[in-house]
Design a binder for this molecule. Sequence first.
Ligand code: KG4
Ligand code: ZN
Length: 344
Amino acid sequence: MIILGIESTCDETGVGIVRNGREILGNVVASSSEMHKAYGGIVPEVAAREQVKAIIPTVDRAFSESGLEMQDVDAIAVSYGPGLIGSLLIGVETAKTLALVFNKPLVAVNHLVAHVYANWINNEKLDTGNFKLPEFPLIALIVSGGHTDLILMKDHNKFQWLGGTLDDACGEAFDKVARVLGFSYPGGPEIEKIASNFQTGNWKLETRNVKFPRPMIAEDNFDFSFSGLKTAVVNLVSRNKFPENRYPEVAYEFQNAVCDVLVKKTLRAAEKYKVKYVVVGGGVAANAALENALVSEGRKNNLQVLFPGKNLSVDNGAMIATAAYWQKRFVNPLSISANPGLYF
Ligand code: KG4
Ligand code: ZN
């Protein structure tokens, strides 16, 4: 079964064509993130207008990348929430129109669920022979720009929400801290790069003394809080005339604090629910420090920890097509509408 997946929840326009929920035939992403840099964050109206411009060319590019045509596609899938209403509308209305005009079944996909399903795609790991399909029951950690959630998945389409952030999402904290440090938007990749240069660079380790809290790490629940951590960074750099040349150390310690909390709470969830697999999804799953920490700590606990790889962690159309394949929940195209507040 070949599914065309459309993603337009935020500032990325993604179109992916995936066979049997595993094999990517085409996957093209257009992004308006450059246009938001000047504002230090996403401007919803700008993102929506860019979605309008990008959607049809991105569908065309995905078809040419795959060498397929609409007649080869068995179904169309679209993420209908959560996200920005103006952006969502473009993908949803496009998908509905394509489904009606070409008489294809339509699947409406939850964007957060799709981040989890990115782990079912055969990505570059297939070439190394390291690809593993996740096995149930499993714990899913979603870390994106708008969400931080721990989920117990007992089977396809069976989601038990265990906890989530009480304030800022994890990616949002990366973006806000990056802005305070003067790094450009989106902040996550910038912080990762600067933190990694700090770690491998020639810094005088004995002078390192930046320390940040690990919010809620010891609490016996699966909730998170990142806004206090962000405030700790703001207070440090703004109050004490903290020297700019030590910002890389701040980035490194901030990233460590976030990773420590995510790793500890995810492992605790895995232990409590006696799972053997953990999958991670969402933009922050592109962070190599998080992947290294969770994979190596997981190994000590006999856990298989899977990450989708950088390209499939951030928003893309292939994950929408893959989630649709495993869900197979076909809807009447006329019955769906964008749902910005959709959750589990
Ligand atoms: O999943 P995503 O592409 O969009 C949403 O659904 O929100 O996630 C975007 C978020 C942004 O906050 C971005 O800064 C963060 O993911 N992000 C990263 C990295 N790449 C993207 N955070 C940390 N390290 C990265 N390498
Ligand atoms: Zn996302």
